[in-house]
Structures are given as C-alpha cells and as structure tokens.
Design a protein around this ligand. Sequence first.
Ligand code: TEU
Length: 534
Amino acid sequence: MAQPRHAAAQWWRSAVIYQVYVRSFADGDGDGTGDLAGVRARLPYFAELGVDALWFTPWYVSPMKDGGYDVADYRAIDPAFGTLAEAEKLIAEAAELGIRTLVDIVPNHVSDQHPWFRAALAAGPGSPERELFHFRPGRGPHGELPPNDWPSQFAGSTEPVWTRLPDGDWYLHLFTPEQPDLNWAHPVVRQEHEDILRFWFERGVAGVRIDSAALLAKDPALPDLAGAPDPHPFVDRDELHDIYRSWRTVADDHDGVFVGEVWLPDPERFARYLRPDELQTAFNFAFLSCPWDAERLRASIDTTLAEHAPVGAPATWVLCNHDVTRTVTRYGRSDTGFDFATKAFGTPTDLALGTRRARAAALLSLALPGAVYVYQGEELGLPEADIPRARIEDPMHFRSGGTDPGRDGCRVPLPWEAGAPYAGFGSREGPWLPLPEDWASYAVDRQAQDPGSMLSLYRTAITIRPVFGGGPLTWLTAPDGVLAFARADGGVLCVVNLAETPADLPAHTQLLLASGPLDPEGRLPQDTAVWLRA
Ligand code: TEU
C-alpha cells in the first residue's frame, strides 16, 4: 500500500479534501446518474489532482427527497449508486493511492421511509416508537395549529416545520416533511448513531462529516421562538457537546476524524465544538460567506485563526459546497458574499471577472494554515448553472414558493469529455440535471491539455502547496487592497491584489505560481495572486 500523502497521525490538520457529490461526479453505467463505479474509474483523477482525502455526500439508501440527506438505511448504499461491497472496494482502492475517505452522517433527521419512522406512524399517538421523534398534539381547540412557531431551516422557506397526521399528532421536521427530526434526548438514538459510526470506521473510512451538526438537540418543551427563549430551543444547545464527546471516544478507537457542519455566527460558540475532546475540525462558513474584499478577507482570516488557536484546532478553508452558489459565479456578481437569503433568479454575473477572482482565491486558500476543501467542479471553474424551471429538483426551491432558485445550479454533473454526448456524463440516458450547452469547454479532457486552465492551476497548486510548510501565518506590510503573508518556516509568500492599482511584488528569488499574468512591468494586477519564494 502506498504511503498516505500525510503519513503523520494528524494528517487532517493540513489536508486538501475533495468533496464528491456522487450523483453528479461520474456516471459508470450510462444511466445519467453518477455512481460508485464512476468514482472508482476516476480514482486516478484524484491522485493527479493531489488531494489527500475524499468526502462523499450521503451515498446511503434514500428516496432522494433532499439529494440523499433523507437517509432510509445508514448501513447500505443506494442502489442507484452501487452496493456496499463496491463502497468497500472504493475505500480500499483509494487508500492504495494514499487517499483517505470521509463519509457524511446525517444525525438530525432520517427519511420518512426509515424503518423507525414507519414504525412510529404505525404505532400511533403515545407509543414508545414515537418517542424516537418529536411528535406532539397540535394547539388550538381542535389541535389544528402546529405545536410551535419554529421556522424552516431551509432559508427562504415559507413552509411549516410541522406536519399533521390523520391520527391528529404533529411531527417536527426542520427540513422537508420527508425528513422527520430525531429525538436526541432518547438513549436509543444516541446508541444507534454510535453504532453507525463504528460500522463505517470498521469499513476503513478515515473520517465523518456531520450534517447540520448544531441542530440535533432540542429543548424538550419545544417552546415558541417568539419571546426569544435563551438558550435557543434548537440551535447550538449545550447538550450537543456531551453527544460529540461521546462520538469522539468512538472515533479515537479508529483514529477517525470529524468535520462538523456548524453554521454559527458567534466565533466563540463555534470554537466550543472544537475543544480537544470534541470534533477535530468544522467547516469555516464565515470565510465561505466573506465578500471579495481585502480588508474583510483579512479580518475573516484573522478571526478564524484567533478562534481556533485557544482550542488547538486547525482552521478549514472552504469556498463552496453543494449548498451554495458556485465560486466563479459568486465572485462575478456585485454582491460577492454568500447569503442564502439573497439568492435570486437572473442575477447579473460577469464570469470572466468571477473566474479571475476564483483563481486568485484558490491560491489564497491553499496558502493558508489549515485544511482546504475543494468541491467537485470547483477545480474546473464551473459556474452556477441556470436550471430550466421544469427540471429543478431541489426542495429548497419548492419550499420557497418557487422564488429561491435552489441549489441544483451547483449540483450539475461534471463534464468529462468535450467530444462525447452529454460531455461524457450519461450515455443511454442524459444526465439527471441538464448540462448547460457551453459546458464542453469546461471538460476535464480539454482542461487537462491546457496549462492555463483552472484544472492545471489546481493540480499545480495542490502539488506544490507543501512548500509553505506547517508554520503560522505572518502578515507582511502591503498597500491597501493587497493581502501579503508568509508562513513562518517555509520562506514562501502569498500575495493577492484586490486593489485596482497593480502592486509591486515583494523581494523574492522565485515566482512559484501565479493565478494570472503579471503586467508588462512585472507587477501584480488586480484580482491576481502569486506564490513567491522569499
Ligand atoms: O445543510 C444544512 C443547512 O443547510 C442548514 O443548516 C443551513 O444553515 C440552513 O439551510 C441555512 O438556511 C445540510 C446539507 O448540507 C444540505 O444539503 C441538506 O439539505 C440539509 O443539511 C438537510 O439535511
């Protein structure tokens, strides 16, 4: 077996982790839906890109009412994707290339087709089966009003989080009605999830991404949000830390690592999840949401490093994922930050500008101390796709009354071969979401031949990134609008110019990598980044 790229026990402190959205990565059987056969056939692609690990979004048996985040069986692979035996092979084959695997566990809710929920429906009001969920009678004279006023966790959603059954009971679902929330105060729920963790660690996975990690615990009284109860009845409750301490003991038995999906505005509350006996890492959504602005990026980087330092956890750097607007699109708009609330159809976008910035942002994030996440297609510079309305599948769109475009635009299948039907994704049938017409120009085979492509930039950057070493970041004096920093031990600098005026490069012995051409005077133009040897 090849040596893992980071042989060190704490490989995750500086890893590059590639997010695979299985349904849209590569189609092995030509039915228009990505699958494990497709991923296995493309393992050399990851090796060439140089990534340390793969995170697979949920690949379990699911009715796919929310892209697989509605899990009916956490111990089996959805037949559309393959089999458990194939997943085991995939994990082993990736390991042979020195690439680790992370799975995605969804603990907040299950599918309404999960055996527990079906049993709860059958058993009726007051039954022990219903205690695994949050069933309640309604309010109002006839129980016709939902038990409380909680808002949907799908931003922009106008739909309720309670659904009433014919027997009169209501059940809680922070997301869709097909995703009933589990009752994490119940010991059986805790035990089951620890067993699921063991199941996957025993199959060789190196880590687990925890979906909606700050939402699991609920105030048992389920109080209204009106009146601002403190603590919050379902976000970031203290009980969560006890749950994750217990998970950590399971992970430690297998050298496993966690990455929490923790969206919290308060850096101190966020860092509590990263205490030494809890999760090793969590996604840095503050950085993901930050506008393309030198001062704000610098502040975001400083806040990130300052919040992680006291708990000894490494930062993560994330520019996009399967829930948010693609990076090149976001950076090509007048509002370059990310906010679920501002997503709209028809936002004007300058893709050339966005792409230039995304190239610079790639060099920025890959130079920072910590782990970096790359979402499939980001390395190809794919833009957010406009999905014809009749083809939209994302429940976020429907639950907003059709006003929010939803998240399908960042989930379109990857173009692999410029000359093949559907750009190489699907053959007997077309891809489950249509590829925009000009996407052949983004195809992997074309970009692989082009030294100036986004793919070539990512390949080179990830390969030479270890030159930065593991040291802390030191800011260098730079003009307004320019970010310049060194990493203590490596003698390598990263400079990013976000200002209109071209910037002189600091003294250096070698230009290692540039996100775009320098100007004729050898200065760094706007929206361009370089790596320099000091
Ligand atoms: O996302 C969780 C999620 O989107 C929220 O916690 C987020 O803060 C909120 O929507 C903002 O309004 C995860 C998955 O990444 C996503 O794909 C799933 O749809 C969701 O959980 C439900 O499982």
